[in-house]
Design a protein around this ligand. Structure first.
Ligand code: PDD
Length: 312
């Protein structure tokens, strides 16, 4: 059925509608299962040490968004940890699509995990030679529309030491303890997200997002309203967010100068706007940093314009 304006969205049968809204499908080394049947050994190093890499992507219109970029990053992360990908990219894509088809959701959250595998219990990575792969497809949960109207609170959390010089900096590894403990602190303070601050006092990123600010700058020709967008550089050891990259491109298209520079807590508090980017959040305005209100306490025009452009 080709949807016409009057028939769109095409009606689905009750059964399709039910499965469409409900199904989680998990592929373990190419075998499809569900939450109960999909299992992996407790000797897997992903379980023992977080010795794994992963990606999270989502669909729009049922199609994985930025699949190539996510698989590129997965390969980079695996390279940084020296985990050999067990199958070709084409096979991985086939498995992702098979898992999505079996789940049959209208929109999906897709998590791809590659672990170094199992073997004798030992820290020595050389003892694990058989990586495991898991693909989890589950119905996509997005944020309530309301949070995009109100903006969110974030908390600054000291992450202790700098990511600089750490081997896996920039890799999306399964080891997220720092991030999840920071998020717990933020949630206890009633915030939506934690922003990690390193030992040098530099703002790095959110527990699962990248961060941007908007500042007033000198108005040069062609610039939009004299506003400049700033975000921490990759060198501080952050994840190179795929949404971050797209938003940097969109910002330039919209005429905003963009600077990747070190930012401190005072830069955030004094900013006209602060916003987060991530696969699930897209572009989300921050209206409060700890107890400081940002701007007039409502999502600002730049975050809103970038969100519109991103969604478009
Ligand atoms: N997290 N920084 C960190 C530490 C992240 O974990 C994420 C994403 C991002 C944003 O990256 P992207 O725009 O590519 O989603 C930045 C995913 C969504 C997660 O772990 O659920």
């Amino acid at each position: 059925v080709i949807p016409t304006p009057s028939s769109y969205p095409a009606p689905r049968s009750a059964k399709t509608a039910l499965t469409a809204a409900m199904t989680t499908c998990i592929s373990v080394n190419g075998t499809l299962g569900d939450e109960k049947s999909a299992t992996i050994s407790v000797l897997d190093r992903g379980f023992l040490y977080g010795d794994s890499v992963y990606e999270v992507l989502r669909t729009y219109g049922g199609e994985p968004f930025a699949l190539k970029e996510h698989l590129d990053r997965l390969e980079r992360s695996a390279e940084l940890l020296e985990i050999a990908l067990p199958i070709s990219r084409d096979t991985l894509v086939e498995e992702i699509r098979a898992c999505m088809a079996a789940a049959g959701n209208v929109e999906s959250y897709v998590r791809i995990i590659i672990t170094r595998g199992g073997g004798p219990i030992s820290l020595d990575p050389a003892l694990a030679t058989d990586p495991n792969r898991v693909i989890i497809v589950t119905p996509l949960k997005t944020l309530d529309a309301e949070v995009y109207e109100t903006g969110v609170k974030v908390c600054l959390v000291n992450a202790g030491r700098s990511a600089e010089g750490q081997l896996p900096a920039g890799a999306k590894s399964g080891n997220y303890l720092t991030n999840l403990l920071a998020l717990r602190v933020a949630k206890q303070a009633g915030a939506h997200e934690a922003l990690l601050v390193d030992a040098h006092g530099r703002i790095c990123e959110g527990s699962s997002s990248n961060v941007f600010i908007v500042v007033r700058g000198a108005k040069a020709e062609g610039e939009t309203q004299g506003l400049t967008i700033r975000t921490p550089p990759l060198e501080v050891g952050i994840l190179e967010g795929i949404t971050r990259h797209k938003v940097l491109e969109l910002a330039q298209t919209l005429g905003y100068p963009v600077e990747e520079v070190d930012l401190g807590p005072d830069d955030l508090r004094a900013a006209q706007e602060v916003f987060l980017t991530s696969t699930i959040r897209e572009v989300l305005a921050v209206t409060q940093v700890d107890e400081t209100t940002i701007g007039d306490g409502r999502p600002g025009p730049v975050a809103q314009a970038l969100r519109r452009a991103f969604v478009a």
